[in-house]
Design a protein around this ligand. Sequence first.
Ligand code: DQA
Length: 142
Amino acid sequence: MERLLLLNGPNLNMLGKREPGIYGVTSLQDIERNLSKLTKTYNYQLDSFQSNHEGELIDKIQEADGSYQGIIFNPGAFTHTSVAIRDAISSITVPVIEVHISNVHKRESFRHTSLLAPVCKGQIVGLGPKGYQLAAIALLEE
Ligand code: DQA
């Protein structure tokens, strides 16, 4: 069976409890469940991984090469800081779509820059948890 990988970075395990005015009340578990339902309708399996640790995310990205048809990735704050994650994405051939729940462009200026967007297939920003679904559809209907 073909597979997509859902990757979430630091603090996204706190979704639902974390700053609900910005990130809403949907938990990461709910996001994973809904996304898995969607990918099943396309006969794709969804694997999910969340980590607060940069190196663990890099390990997953490297391991994904050759095993997944696409990666849906919310890198959290590493978006704005991590050259190492950017290099990991550059080193694989699997397409990656960057997702942000909040509209980072409406927020602090340090969130306006993504070090990762230039090496991703695309980016979805500010559409809440639905952004994950839209990213999946873009990969599934490619
Ligand atoms: C985020 C935006 C980032 O700036 C922030 O550090 C996050 C969440 C989002 O989904 O809106 O942790 O990636």
